[in-house]
Design a protein around this ligand. Structure first.
Ligand SMILES: N[C@@H](CCC(=O)N[C@@H](CS)C(=O)NCC(=O)O)C(=O)O
Length: 242
């Protein structure tokens, strides 16, 4: 049995971490049985979530987890895609994770109101004398990462604009299909796209990036379609196409 070490539900989402969401959806796509439990970065093989334990083998990082499950269980999450489509799916996934994901992180952490109602609350139970320092430490670490990837160097409105380039690209790539690569079913990259889009669209946080995403009805419907397919019990309530 596979154990998925995760952040858990929160922020109006079935799973706080977009990378855990991606892995969880891919485990479901692969039809594998797994149990999900709260994990910590301290025990993770690569110091980040998600990681999985599979028969005493620890695998960290969503991309390596996907490779592990595809190889070990003989599944292909991109079945039916041509070599060129697989290359396109990989390029789309990189845009989502290496660019749009950081823009999303910017608005989740560096927008003071969102940090206060979201990540800051993780430490509500910490001793009062340490709480503010822990919160400040997390914020500084995330701000450092967001700056290191370049996104954090721009003005707030420039960050929105960068995000809008990826959102528009995703909308163009989706067209009127139900899923990114195929109308009939989702493939591996849909897990990554859904994870980041849901994190942007969650009504829990307000941001200009969310409003930008909401201006693409096809993307809103797509996120709703993926939510209904993989997390049918989760109250989402945003527009959902049939
Ligand atoms: N490349 C990694 C990224 C994972 C990642 O950024 N995880 C976040 C949670 S969403 C994390 O653990 N951040 C803590 C840290 O980087 O210290 C993957 O695909 O799994």
């Amino acid at each position: 049995m596979i154990t998925l070490f995760a952040a858990g539900a929160g922020f109006g989402l079935p799973e706080i971490s977009p990378y855990v969401t991606k892995t969880e959806v891919q485990l479901m796509m692969a039809g594998l049985t797994y149990r999900k439990t709260k994990g910590s970065r301290e025990t993770a093989p690569k110091g980040q979530l998600p990681w999985i334990e599979d028969c005493a083998q620890a695998v960290g990082d969503s991309t390596f987890i996907r490779a592990h499950i595809e190889q070990k269980y003989g599944v292909d999450l991109d079945v039916g895609l041509t070599g060129k489509e697989r290359a396109q799916a990989w390029a789309i996934e990189r845009m989502i994770e290496n660019q749009l994901g950081w823009v999303s992180t910017y608005f989740r952490f560096l927008e003071p109101a969102n940090f206060a109602k979201g990540p800051a609350r993780w430490f509500d139970a910490a001793p009062e004398t340490m709480r503010d320092d822990i919160r400040r430490g997390l914020l500084e670490a995330v701000a450092g990462n967001v700056r290191a990837v370049g996104v954090g160097r721009h003005l707030r409105e420039e960050v929105v604009w960068l995000g809008s380039l990826s959102l528009r690209s995703l909308d163009e790539l989706l067209e009127d299909k139900a899923y990114l690569m195929r109308d009939s079913h989702p493939v591996g990259v849909d897990a990554a796209a859904f994870a980041v889009l849901a994190g942007i669209l969650t009504p829990f946080f307000d941001s200009p990036l969310r409003r930008e995403a909401e201006s693409y009805p096809r993307l809103v419907d797509y996120a709703g379609r993926m939510m209904a397919r993989f997390y049918p019990a989760h109250p989402w309530g945003l527009r959902q196409a049939a």
